[in-house]
Design a protein around this ligand. Structure first.
Ligand code: FES
Ligand code: FE2
Length: 353
């Protein structure tokens, strides 16, 4: 079963582009298999519509421009407002006839944290609230937005996975000679999974400057949250009081591809650690994760018995339970899915024996 085709995922908000990227003009984007064009009007307000002109089916993302708050098709110049209404047909004098055939399907689209967010269907939850985002003591550092051939839920699971840091991140902050195995404190969280722990980390040269900690090792007080379905917040507090909070997103294009977006929030200043250096370190960490996550494939097994686990995987297993409950709660064919999961469990037990 391809989980990403489940309709419940259409009912969440996803960031698609930074508003900076949209300033270059309308951008094509595929969200959960649906082809969109995302654009900003002259006031910077984003909009998302189907990427197909109702006139002759040209993609609205090709050679289009924004004029008077409307997107203008590159083919014959018809203009559409953010709500999908056709506003101008240049070849037609007078008012545009109001009929559904002239219109293009539009989607909910909002600006938040400097990004355009889109929801394809009636939202089950709001755009995630991110701690410190409106706090003047914190600055926002944009880190990257790019495409990965990885599964959205595998990326969330990776954020909840402390054990991987010693190996995947041995080049940046991990130490393979001392595999991380901290005590995890799982904390109940509405809408996701949360845990806390304390992790010793290596502190190499660039990061020494970024953290203003000269020692070759330091400790992170860690609070990690996965917010269903595409957001993770990694809140790190260092011994000198510095907070470095990574806000990561894995926006699903389809089951095997995402747009990976990330920014950080920090309670220091540009003169303490240049944003460019902060982003460079986290970017290097992301390259390490990407390599492994792209190797994991597009499948995210809901049934616990389909893979092996260790004690440190408890946050990831809690996430699987959360996703399974979400799907069963919103599935008109819940019985079919229950049967499928039961068959997978039985097959796994048989293989294990
Ligand atoms: S195809 Fe868009 S205006 Fe003709
Ligand atoms: Fe990682």
């Amino acid at each position: 079963m391809d989980l990403m085709t489940h309709p419940v995922f259409r009912r969440f908000w996803y960031p698609t582009h930074s508003l900076t990227a949209l300033a270059d003009g309308p951008q094509a984007f595929t969200l959960l298999g649906e082809d969109l064009v995302v654009w900003v009007d002259e006031a910077g307000k984003p909009a998302a519509t189907r990427d197909r002109c109702p006139h002759r089916s040209a993609r609205l993302s090709v050679d289009s421009v924004v004029v008077d708050g409307n997107i203008r098709c590159g083919y014959h110049g018809w203009q559409f407002a953010a709500d999908g209404m056709c506003k101008v047909i240049p070849q037609l004098p007078g008012d545009v006839p109001k009929n559904a055939r002239n219109c293009v399907k539009s989607y909910r689209c909002e600006a938040r944290y400097g990004f355009a967010w889109v929801c394809l269907d009636t939202p089950l939850a709001g755009i995630p609230e991110i701690r410190h985002a409106d706090d003047p003591a914190y600055r926002q550092v944009f880190e990257y937005e790019e495409y990965w051939d990885a599964n959205m839920l595998r990326v969330g699971e990776n954020a909840l996975d402390v054990a991987h840091i010693s190996f995947v991140h041995r080049g940046t902050f991990g130490n393979e000679a001392r595999p991380a195995a901290p005590e995890l404190e799982l904390v109940p969280l509405e809408g996701g999974v949360n845990f806390r722990c304390r992790v010793p980390v290596a502190n190499h040269e660039l990061q020494q400057k970024n953290l203003q900690i000269a020692a070759g090792e330091t400790v992170r007080i860690v609070d990690i949250r996965w917010l269903s379905p595409c957001t993770f917040i990694l809140h790190f507090t260092y011994p000198n009081g510095l907070v470095h909070q990574i806000c990561g997103f894995a926006t699903p294009i389809h089951s095997g591809r995402i747009r990976r977006i990330q920014f950080a929030l920090r309670n220091d200043r540009e003169e303490d650690a240049p944003a460019e250096d902060v982003a460079r370190f986290d970017r290097t960490v992301a390259v390490e994760d990407r390599r492994i996550l792209e190797s994991c494939g597009s499948n995210y097994p809901l049934e616990v018995s389909e893979e092996a686990h260790m004690r440190l995987d408890r946050p990831g297993l809690a996430m699987r339970e959360y996703v399974k409950a979400l799907i069963l709660e919103h599935d008109p064919n819940a019985e079919v899915l229950r049967d499928e999961l039961a068959r997978a469990r039985a097959a796994a037990l048989e293989n294990a024996a």
